[in-house]
Design a protein around this ligand. Sequence first.
Ligand SMILES: Nc1ncnc2c1ncn2[C@@H]1O[C@H](COP(=O)(O)OP(=O)(O)OP(=O)(O)O)[C@@H](O)[C@H]1O
Ligand SMILES: [Mg+2]
Length: 486
Amino acid sequence: MRWPCDNTFVRDLGWLGVRVDPVPVRAPELLALDDGLAVELGLDPEELRSPEGVAVLAGNAIADGCEPIAQAYAGHQFGHLSPMLGDGRAHLLGEVVDTHGRRRDIALKGSGRTPFSRGGDGRAALGPVLREVLVSEFMHAVGVPTTRALAAVATGEQVLRERPLPGAVLTRVAASHLRIGTLVLVASQGSREQLAAVVEHARARHHPDVPPRDPMALLSAVVERQAALVAQWMSLGFIHGVMNTDNMTLSGETIDYGPCAFLDAYDPETFFSSVDTGGRYRYSAQPTMATWGLARLAECLIPLAEGEADDLVTQAQERLEAFTPAYEQHRLDLLRRKLGLSRAVAEDTGLVEDLLQVAAAEALDFTGLFRDLARVLREEPTPTLDRIQDLPRWQIWQDRWRTRLHGEGKDPAASAAIMDETNPVHIPRNHLVEEALAVAHTGNLAPFEQLLEALRSPFDEREEWGRYAEPADPDFTRGYITYCGT
Ligand SMILES: Nc1ncnc2c1ncn2[C@@H]1O[C@H](COP(=O)(O)OP(=O)(O)OP(=O)(O)O)[C@@H](O)[C@H]1O
Ligand SMILES: [Mg+2]
């Protein structure tokens, strides 16, 4: 089998990794394949489904054109620098140019030990692999920049975690796997030339509008992408869970769906990750934590910029400070749209914040809330809003909102239609994901497949998908814990 690869990372930056093949698995079995994505990548889905194709997706065979490499990177984990991490369980197979003309990495995750594995087994368990498929495909469907899942393959082997679990390999597609942590590694351990080479590779690949040799402009470009990205996360109630600098991309795509989760009832202080004991990466802290990671990026870029050291620090500071207004603008634009509004008016910030205060006070389901607002306009039943106790307060908010909508001169049906294209009816609700994964462990993939199908049509309200729109039992959410790297 031949893949139409053009491997610029290996060619230009091969020293930033180790050429190593995936470790074969005992009995590969294809669990999921995204045919549409395969075609976009210039790969034949039928060929990928054949035993030869599944062998490639399991890491048991290397397609012609691929040059597997484990990339090196560092990262600040929960604020502390890990000077060397790298792909301890992943292999970049190669790069292709997709049908849109975009360069895409194709990589395996859970594909065996590499020189970066430290004490790890190089493997991934079935549950986290399927979780990454569900969440990343949903994120793509709602228009969030994200790595994607081309395939999942069961290995026929067990991985030992707290208990033995079935193993799996994910085929992940990304604009690249260059992380802030990639630059952290080269800035601390490489030469100035090496740093300049990686920065130029990232610029040309992800930010071609930025002029070469202008590291401060590159910083601004990454700041802008991350501000837009985190605003999208917030508008969906997405909690990444592990925003370490090794999990923040230079492309602005979401990466690493290890311990992620979604808000059920709106509470900005929510976090679920077992290792995030202090709530560092809680929902409300995500913009601040993105800026923190971007400040680490700035530290890597300053040495490449020309000028007086003090001046450069001031310049970098100013560019980092642009994050907050950019983020707030993106978030307000998204929330305005979620409310069916098209025009920007000064009082919108207050309108949005007051709605979120009601949502917090009444513990309203974040996803159901916005979906219900369109139903208000259509005078349909509103199961989430019906929970509201403080009706006078709610009436005041509704009147303000309706006045704003009226001021735009649109009829309510048109506003409701915009809202239904903006506010997903189903998201990868934590309880649904866990339920699908638990059944997948018994060998039954049907609930996973059904949920995946619904998540690929997140705005499409269908009777048979009604269960996916229902909120979790609050007891489930209270006890919910996510795990990374399992
Ligand atoms: N089972 C494992 N064996 C070897 N290394 C591992 C294992 N699990 C995680 N690691 C390594 O630990 C580090 C942090 O893991 P983290 O969970 O952030 O990343 P990941 O989920 O493995 O990969 P990615 O960020 O590419 O999605 C990475 O260097 C990763 O390769
Ligand atoms: Mg990671």
